[in-house]
Design a protein around this ligand. Structure first.
Ligand SMILES: Nc1ncnc2c1ncn2[C@@H]1O[C@H](COP(=O)(O)OP(=O)(O)OP(=O)(O)O)[C@@H](O)[C@H]1O
Length: 339
């Protein structure tokens, strides 16, 4: 089954009541409530290919969770449409549920008062997973997530990291082609975070699952995603690979090379300027909007010059994304420029 995600002009508004200040205001709101329309997600279009992991990024309140809720069938869009593994999620909720796994890092979907293993058994029955398949998957998940040391514990007594690992396993026990993860590693320590990332990488690379992930953790994005979609105030402002985004917004890399021949002539390379030269020490930097990524620049420098030592300084992804948020004010402009 193809695990693609197709999103076309997806829009969701909420009608909310404004509370007027003070006691008199509260009374007036009761008698004559003032309604305002909140635009949570506006005209969002993107695709996720089968077997791809896409990071959906944006500041607090940007509309990430609302988007995921529409794709998991929890919310119906105001307009636009979406297909997940060929199914319109909010029209065929049950069919969609069989095709997807979902983990919301902030809350569990397991039975709070049951030992985890019993929750797994209930899910096996709900999804009608054959016993042998269920056992094989649990074994695989245990090897990757180390669950057996606590899966006889009630969910309410698990630590956050243990609970989310169980949530991940529970979400994948029925072998869905598409997985939605809304801040799965929030609040975890670095060791558990890394374990979860390794697990996710395995699910994408070895099992071919399609993953849509939201996170505020740029290390996570760097480790897991090749492509990101950035939304701000409910609108898509950027859709591109990390390389493209780094090239466009992270133009602060430098390559420091020590030449074998201190007198060698040094010239600029395509998209690469010579920033400084001091004997054998040469510092290269990006030149213009078509500058290569730092890794491509490194390759060009090594191919062109004989060097005895190399170093790189690169803007970290956090800086790059900050620049992207600030600059991506006009979605039309960036789409026109093909970013
Ligand atoms: N049920 C609702 N009723 C009214 N407004 C809502 C509702 N759900 C979300 N919103 C509003 O829609 C906007 C988008 O919210 P959403 O939760 O999708 O953002 P988010 O990008 O997931 O944020 P965060 O990173 O903080 O989780 C926010 O302004 C939020 O207040």
């Amino acid at each position: 089954m193809s695990g693609s995600i197709e999103v076309r002009g997806l829009t969701r508004t909420f009608l909310t009541t404004v509370r007027r200040p003070g006691f008199g205001g509260a009374l007036r709101s009761l008698v004559n409530p003032e309604k305002v329309t909140k635009h949570a997600v506006t005209d969002i279009t993107f695709d996720v290919a089968p077997g791809e992991l896409l990071a959906l990024l944006g500041p607090n309140g940007a509309g990430k969770s609302t988007t995921i809720k529409m794709l998991t069938g929890i919310l119906t869009p105001t307009s636009g449409e979406a297909r997940v593994a060929g199914v319109v999620p909010y029209e065929e909720r049950e069919r969609n549920a069989r095709n997807i796994g979902a983990v919301f890092g902030q809350r569990t979907q397991l039975w709070w008062d049951l030992p985890v293993r019993e929750s797994f058994a209930i899910l096996r029955d709900i999804y009608e997973v054959p016993k042998a398949d269920h056992a094989a998957r649990l074994k695989e998940f245990d090897e990757l997530l180390d669950l057996s040391s606590f899966w006889d514990t009630r969910v309410r007594h698990l630590s956050l990291g243990q609970r989310v690992r169980c949530d991940l396993a529970a979400a994948l026990l029925h072998d869905p082609p598409v997985v939605f993860l809304d801040e799965p590693t929030i609040g975890m320590d670095v060791v558990v975070k890394e374990q979860v990332r390794e697990f996710l990488r395995h699910q994408v690379e070895e099992r071919g699952r399609t993953v849509l992930l939201t996170t505020h953790d740029m290390t996570e994005v760097e480790r897991l995603a090749e492509r990101v979609v950035l939304i701000n105030h409910g609108r898509l402002v950027l859709d591109g690979t990390l390389d493209e985004i780094r090239r466009r917004f992270g133009s602060t890399w430098q390559v420091r090379a020590t030449l074998a021949d201190p007198h060698a002539a040094v010239e600029p390379l395509p998209g690469i300027a010579v920033l400084r030269r001091d004997g054998p020490q040469v510092v290269f930097g990006p030149d213009g909007s078509d500058a290569p990524t730092v890794h491509q620049a490194l390759k060009q420098v090594i191919e062109r010059y004989e060097v005895t030592d190399l170093g790189i300084d690169e803007a970290d992804l956090e800086d790059v994304m900050r620049a992207a948020y600030v600059q991506a004010v006009s979605p039309a402009q960036f789409q026109a420029e093909g970013v």
